[in-house]
Design a protein. Structure first.
Length: 312
């Protein structure tokens, strides 16, 4: 959206009569929009968190949050949580139920988000929750257990962060998928330690650079036995990406919104705003970040998804 200038006011000494033939300047204002994920008409995993990022700083968070609603069939209570003044995430108390149809309604047209800043959006975004798949990475056992609908599909050998570069604990959510991508240590603070132009089967878990990805450069005997990565979760693969490798299988069987949980790593729990990490807050902690008070019941002071195990 193109931003307009601030409101122009006429002033100065003398009378208030307009000079003959002059037109009064039209009031002008800025506009804001929210960039949303997931995409309209997409199918996502049960761990999906709706995220809105605004192109302007929002001062009146209550007004903006009241202009945003989430409805679902079957119904689940959904609450928002602000991370700063440009990001609003929304989620239920626990993971979505498989098969749920969700509608995000944006009624922000004319809503005042800040002085002389008004919303322009009035639209509905609808998406569907697919099957319930949750994966638990055990940093000590060097395994990733993939569970779908309560049934173990596979236990995959992995390598996670080394003692120098540990992997976050906690629940993370797949937010992007790439058949192949470049990974450079310079982009995440590791300098020139690595620069791999063709990392296969890469799935983003955090904004800071944690991925589940294929690894063809590490000896096969490492997977399931040692932790040697820079914080990512590595699955055995081959150069170019093999569909029949552990990494290829996991990539083919994962969708955006699937939860991956890491346990027993020598690191802290991932921050709730690092990617879609909001499941690491309890429901009371989550609703405390809403600008609209008293909208959500308290199902208990337990972190959501805690029954499925796992944490970076």
């Amino acid at each position: 959206m193109l931003a307009a200038a601030a409101l122009l006011l006429t002033g100065g000494c003398g009378g208030g009569r307009q000079p003959k033939g002059a037109e009064a300047p039209a009031p002008r204002h800025d506009t804001f929009i929210g960039y949303f994920s997931p995409e309209d008409r997409s199918t996502v995993g049960t761990g999906m968190i709706i995220s809105l990022r605004f192109n302007r700083h929002i001062a009146d968070r209550q007004a903006v949050e009241r202009g945003i609603t989430v409805s679902s069939v079957p119904a689940q209570t959904v609450a928002g949580h602000w991370f700063g003044d440009q990001r609003l995430d929304l989620r239920p108390a626990d993971f979505w139920r498989a098969g749920t149809r969700i509608t995000l309604s944006l009624r922000l047209r004319g809503v005042r988000g800040a002085p002389e800043t008004y919303g322009t959006q009035s639209k509905d975004v609808t998406f569907t929750v697919g099957r319930d798949q949750r994966s638990t990475v055990d940093s000590v056992e060097h395994t990733m257990t993939v569970v779908r609908g309560g049934r173990v599909l596979r236990v995959l050998p992995v390598t996670v962060g080394s003692e120098q570069h540990t992997t976050y604990n906690g629940i993370m959510v797949i937010s992007e998928k790439y058949l192949k991508t470049r990974m450079s240590g310079r982009t995440v603070g590791f300098g020139g330690e690595y620069d791999i132009p063709d990392v296969p089967h890469a799935m983003r878990l955090t904004t800071s650079g944690t991925f589940v990805h294929g690894n063809y450069w590490t000896p096969p005997q490492v997977f399931g036995h040692e932790n040697v990565s820079h914080g990512c979760i590595g699955l055995q693969d081959r150069k170019g990406g093999g569909p029949d490798t552990p990494a290829g299988w996991f990539y083919a069987n994962s969708i955006i919104g699937d939860a991956v949980r890491v346990v027993d790593s020598d690191d802290r729990v991932v921050d709730p705003d690092n990617g879609l990490g909001g499941w690491n807050l309890t429901w009371p902690q989550w609703t405390a970040g809403s600008a609209v008070s008293g909208t959500a019941p308290d199902p208990g002071d337990v972190a959501p998804g805690s029954g499925s195990g796992g944490s970076r």
